[in-house]
Ligand binder design. Structure first.
Ligand SMILES: [Zn+2]
Length: 251
């Protein structure tokens, strides 16, 4: 990718609250998307994407009794470049633990979970290996939710492409989930595939649980005195805690 789309404060929540593309977006019934007896697989590039992109989807599918598999591709060791406080070694330990805590907070303890341990920020350079890893764990008929291949973060994009390849090879269905797109896109943005976008409505209870789960990501939320930054400042997090989640249906 030549342009970094994830710069500055990004598109404000207010903009999305008034965006026609969202008010007019059709809803989808998740239990139709993942019928009874079919397994859902959630693929997260970094430990937190599973909650930020699919925290509601996970709860709804669990409540509907669907079998679930979570795949974490990296351990998120590159979230704090130059930080004295959050070294890659510390992040390698802490971020998967935060993810486990978050999933428990959703009420999903005992979830089937596989970890790839691929290098954070370098997924694109090992895309074939990532695709093979995903393929090994997929079964024909699975319904896969992965980050959108044009989400604007190189790892998210690479996971989207690798998942698509693996799903095709195995005979699984792939739906894509935008996460960073909410940062750089805007209402009716022509770069976004709105035609295949569907809203998954979340109940107040599901949103509250997702919010509680997201609070487990201390490393990402905390202000880091050694860099003066937080990875997920409050406005970024709020933008990801809307009363719905969006999936781009497989074409
Ligand atoms: Zn991510």
């Amino acid at each position: 990718m030549t342009t970094n789309l994830i710069v500055g404060a990004g598109t404000e929540l207010d903009h999305w609250n008034n965006a026609r593309c969202l008010t007019h977006m059709p809803h989808i019934d998740l239990t139709r998307l993942v019928p009874d007896g079919v397994r859902a697989v959630i693929i997260a590039p970094h430990p937190d994407d599973e909650i930020l992109g699919c925290g509601g989807v996970l709860q709804l599918l669990h409540a509907a009794g669907r079998s679930l598999l979570l795949m974490s591709i990296t351990d998120g060791t590159a979230s704090h470049p130059g930080s004295a406080q959050w070294t890659p070694e510390r992040l390698r330990q802490v971020r998967p633990q935060e993810s486990e805590e978050a999933v428990t907070r959703l009420g999903l303890s005992g979830l089937n979970w596989v970890r790839g341990g691929f290098e954070d920020t370098q997924v694109a350079s090992s895309e074939d290996a990532v695709s093979d890893f995903i393929k090994q764990h997929l079964r024909p008929g699975d319904v896969v939710f992965a980050t959108w291949r044009e989400d604007g973060h190189s790892d998210h994009d690479a996971v989207g492409r690798a998942s698509s390849r693996a799903a095709k090879a195995v005979g699984a269905t792939l739906h894509e989930v935008p996460i960073w797109a909410w940062h750089w896109a805007h209402n009716d943005d022509p770069r976004v595939p709105w035609k295949r976008a569907r809203k998954v409505a979340l109940s107040p209870y599901a949103i509250a649980r997702k919010r509680y789960a997201a609070q487990a990501f201390t490393s990402q939320l905390e202000h880091d005195p050694s860099t003066g930054l937080a990875v997920l400042p409050a406005p970024v997090l709020e933008r990801l805690l809307q009363p719905f989640e969006v999936v781009f249906l497989q074409e």
